[in-house]
Design a binder for this molecule. Structure first.
Ligand SMILES: *[C@@H]1O[C@H](CO)[C@@H](O)[C@H](O)[C@H]1NC(C)=O
Ligand SMILES: *[C@@H]1O[C@H](CO)[C@@H](O)[C@H](O)[C@H]1NC(C)=O
Ligand SMILES: *[C@@H]1O[C@H](CO)[C@@H](O)[C@H](O)[C@H]1NC(C)=O
Ligand SMILES: *[C@@H]1O[C@H](CO)[C@@H](O)[C@H](O)[C@H]1NC(C)=O
Ligand SMILES: *[C@@H]1O[C@H](CO)[C@@H](O)[C@H](O)[C@H]1NC(C)=O
Ligand SMILES: *[C@@H]1O[C@H](CO)[C@@H](O)[C@H](O)[C@H]1NC(C)=O
Ligand SMILES: *[C@@H]1O[C@H](CO)[C@@H](O)[C@H](O)[C@H]1NC(C)=O
Length: 798
């Protein structure tokens, strides 16, 4: 360990202002606080009030105008679409988006009604919607009668939370065929009259519309000059592009991945009155009589003005399981902490009498729905919320409820020193009962967090309950070690049938990842084996979740990313991000903008938790793991007390990158790290350089290099601090050192601007070829029956 005097160099992050106060989460910033070229990767629209399609995906039958390229200039010059019976146009948006559809209608005749159908995936774009419920393979399309010229918008209840494709067509028949259409989009609730947007007056008379409608054949027709979506997501952000964090690296794929996670989390953040897409389940409470296949989103799922939910299209409810991945992701991208607190509040407010937390927020929670793991995820969400927001007052108010909930889980740790899971509910995976490894490892982590939380609000707690919590941690660590299967180099799922010697042995992805990420392993050897064996199982599309047959789960794989980091194998984490999340962007049927809930081992966009492929959610917060993992793992920024008053920074460039740069802000200010491979013009030698910037009046440790070669403690002054360090990374690990601080092994702090340039000769290593997974169709069928387990409590009759 070395302590050195640091050279402070002011030239590194030039956009910093000395007295930056940090984002106020009661009022999020209007502009991004780290502007730079990386902003081009932000998927959020610059104006969410009006998102225009970018392309015609398909058109058929009686339409004209669809050949036109969708350019502002052309629209302004008078292109419009004329649709009459049999005509269909599918519009494509630049990314998966959500909200209310509006049209600018130029002309109409003979009481036309349009039919609207929505899909996230290109695979389900067409006359039927993709699905939000599970009683039909597809949702009913929405009928929408056009009654007047000018702006027509679907009524506010008809928010479609996520879609990239909008199909607009006119039936050849007055009466619906096949599945029929859902309600007239005007009337449930009431018709909304929207004032014409300012550009309306610019458009003028429409060529196609006015000409064609002179054709008096008696058939209905409508001429439309514009279609747009009024986005209802991320209500706390006046400007969706006003990010409080950023990421940039030598991998353009990884950069797109970081921003797709951030965008998914924005899209899944709602006005709490516009949630609840499980309308069959809502019926228990709102007594709606919507027909089978109907959809809308008007259920109040929390209080406040914004809430983070599981997914944008569905379920649009607070699901704590998502929080472990979503909360740190939000914290480092948009800092929408209020949306997180509202989500936590609704779970706490519905805590059961015995201290258990509900499986999900309203409409669930009235029938005793419970999951041992989701119960713990609420507590993890609590920790991250407090860590990033610094909201200790809120924690003090919730502390009694928190410790009661924790007591419920501790009470289930029995003589086997494992958490004896009483509920079969988890993230839809199979076999969640008994002395389970994942649940035990999550509790191991929660206990560590709890000791921290207690310390932050009441030092006394640490000496009293803290000791008991540490003791339980030790017991859990012992218990978990008994589940290790030496022959496989991995942990088994439980002590019973799914154990190392059990008849249905399972070496689960979630549980093994959790042992690594919570660092519950008892030897680094075990950790290395588990990390390398998880990697061995990857297929062409990513990491399979063997505990749930046929499934690729970006949720369990988000844990796996953190698991590889916990095992000290960041190479595997970055490799998996590019493999799996790269597929989730560019693979067939994907949105190329948001992270999908799950898919099949053969790569198809069907999540086997549901019998209907179109039910998949293509924007699911639990799949956004890389957004936080890149901050923690590659840039290595870890806050160790609320808001980052103390921190640890341990950058790991990995073999896949030649540079990485990024950071985020809390109310204290900006945390920023850059790591870069450099080359000396003079000697040809290679070195790695890190730049670190932290807010004023904070302190922490920078660890860097193999086996903590370099450790320095920094207490920054009132002006904040920026630090730059170098170390050689070529084979001549010379004793020779250069620059200031040259008594250090291969590390010096100085700026050698003239001599050192970015290493342009660096070549990315080759990626292994992997085979596609093979679907077990019998097990797939079996799974549909098991999936019913997710909804405990009375379901209305079909
Ligand atoms: C967004 O677009 C609408 C309609 O064109 C316009 O009224 C509004 O001022 C725009 N908002 C911003 C922030 O540019
Ligand atoms: C979007 O919706 C908001 C709220 O209803 C409204 O104020 C705004 O004018 C709408 N913008 C457009 C372009 O439709
Ligand atoms: C009127 O519309 C019909 C059917 O859309 C078409 O066959 C016919 O050619 C049109 N007539 C004129 C004069 O445009
Ligand atoms: C949502 O809309 C449906 C259909 O119009 C209605 O039955 C239900 O009562 C509404 N729910 C709420 C909470 O407004
Ligand atoms: C701190 O803990 C001790 C031992 O449990 C207890 O006697 C004491 O009252 C506590 N102090 C406060 C301020 O809560
Ligand atoms: C996805 O979008 C990126 C730009 O963000 C583009 O470069 C890439 O080609 C797209 N992938 C596919 C499969 O269209
Ligand atoms: C840092 O701490 C000092 C002493 O507590 C205080 O005077 C100063 O205002 C603080 N600076 C900032 C930027 O918070």
């Amino acid at each position: 360990m070395y302590f050195i005097r640091l050279a402070c160099l002011g030239i590194l992050f030039t956009h910093s202002k000395a007295s930056y106060p940090g984002p106020d989460y009661e009022k999020l910033p209007f502009n991004t606080i780290f502007p730079g070229p990386w902003d081009s990767n932000i998927r959020a629209p610059s104006n969410k009030s009006q998102i225009l399609p970018v392309k015609i995906f398909n058109f058929e039958g009686a339409v004209s105008g669809a050949e036109a390229v969708l350019q502002d200039a052309e629209r302004a010059s008078g292109v419009s679409w004329l649709i009459s019976p049999g005509g269909l146009i599918t519009f494509e948006f630049a990314e998966n988006i959500g909200g209310r559809v509006c049209f600018e209608v130029d002309d109409l005749k003979n009481d036309p009604f349009l039919i609207l159908s929505y899909s996230e995936s290109p695979f389900f774009a067409g006359r039927e919607c993709d699905a939000t419920g599970d009683r039909q393979a597809r949702d009913l399309p929405l009928s929408f009668s056009i009654k007047r010229t000018g702006v027509n918008c679907v009524a506010p209840g008809y928010i479609r939370g996520a879609f990239k494709y909008l199909t607009v067509y006119m039936s050849t028949d007055d009466t619906p065929t096949e599945g029929g259409y859902w309600h007239d989009g005007h009337s449930a609730p009431q018709i909304q009259v929207v004032k014409s947007p300012p550009w309306y007056s610019r458009i003028g008379q429409k060529f196609l519309g006015s000409k064609s409608l002179k054709n008096e054949t008696g058939e209905p027709a409508v001429s439309i000059s514009a279609v747009w979506v009024n986005c209802t997501a991320f209500p706390s952000q006046p400007n969706g592009r006003a990010y409080t964090g950023y990421f940039d690296s030598s991998s353009s794929l990884l950069n797109r991945i970081w921003y797709s996670g951030a965008w998914t989390l924005q899209l899944s953040t709602l006005n709490p009155n516009e949630g609840g897409s499980l309308i069959d389940f809502n019926r228990n409470f709102d007594h709606n009589n919507a027909p089978q296949g109907a959809w809308y989103s008007n259920y109040t799922v929390a209080s406040g003005t914004a809430v983070t939910t599981d997914g944008a299209k569905r379920d649009r409810m607070v699901w704590p399981g998502d929080m472990t991945i979503a909360v740190p992701g939000i914290a480092v991208s948009t800092y929408d902490m209020l949306a997180i607190r509202n989500a936590l509040d609704v779970i706490y407010n519905n805590q059961y009498g015995d201290g258990s937390m509900p499986y999900a927020g309203p409409p669930m929670g009235a029938f005793g729905e419970f999951s041992d793991t989701y119960h713990l995820h609420t507590l993890i969400g609590t920790y991250y919320y407090v860590l990033y927001s610094g909201d200790l007052d809120w924690l003090i108010g919730r502390w009694a409820a928190y410790t009661r909930a924790l007591g419920v889980s501790i009470g289930k740790v029995d003589e086997f020193n494992l958490l004896h899971v009483s509920s079969g509910s988890d993230w839809n995976r199979w076999g969640m009962t008994g002395h389970n490894v994942e649940a035990s490892a999550i509790l191991y982590e929660v206990l560590k967090n709890s000791i921290q939380l207690a310390l932050w609000i009441d030092k006394n707690e640490t000496s009293t309950r803290g000791e008991a919590w540490s003791a339980t941690r030790e017991r859990l660590q012992n218990g978990i070690s008994t589940l290790y299967c030496p022959a496989n180099g991995m942990y088994s799922d439980n002590k019973g049938r799914r154990s190392c010697t059990g008849p249905e042995k399972v070496l689960p992805q979630d549980g093994n990842s959790w042992v690594l990420m919570s660092r519950a392993f008892t030897s680094q050897d075990h950790a290395n084996h588990v990390s390398s064996n998880l990697r061995q199982r990857w297929n062409k599309f990513g990491a399979p979740a063997v505990e749930f047959p046929n499934v690729m789960s970006p949720f369990a794989s988000s844990f796996e990313l953190l698991g590889h980091l916990g095992a000290g194998n960041p190479d595997a984490a970055v490799e998996l991000m590019e493999l799996m999340w790269g597929y989730m962007l560019d693979g067939p049927g994907m949105t190329n903008s948001t992270t999908i809930e799950g898919y099949r081992v053969d790569g198809y966009v069907h999540y086997p938790a549901y019998w209907a492929a179109a039910r998949n959610s293509h924007a699911h917060g639990w799949s956004s793991g890389p957004t936080a993992a890149l901050m923690q793992g590659v840039l290595g920024i870890e806050l160790t007390s609320p808001l980052g008053a103390t921190w640890k920074i341990e950058p790991k460039l990995t073999k896949w990158l030649s540079y990485a740069k990024g950071g985020f802000a809390t109310r204290l200010g900006k945390f920023e790290v850059a790591v870069e491979l450099m080359k000396s013009l003079r000697t040809g030698r290679r070195a790695e350089m890190i730049n670190v910037a932290v807010p004023s009046n904070t302190s922490g440790t920078i660890l860097w290099g193999e086996e903590a070669v370099f450790v320095t403690k920094v207490h920054t002054s009132t002006i904040g601090a920026r630090h730059r360090f170098w170390r050689f990374v070529d084979s001549e690990t010379a004793t020779e050192t250069e620059g200031e601080g040259s008594d250090q092994v291969n590390i010096w702090t100085s700026d050698m601007e003239g001599e050192w340039i970015r290493d342009e000769e660096w070549v990315k290593p080759r990626v292994e070829e992997r085979l596609a997974g093979v679907v077990d169709w019998d097990l797939l069928e079996e799974g549909y029956l098991l999936a019913g387990q997710k909804f405990i409590g009375p379901l209305p009759p079909p």
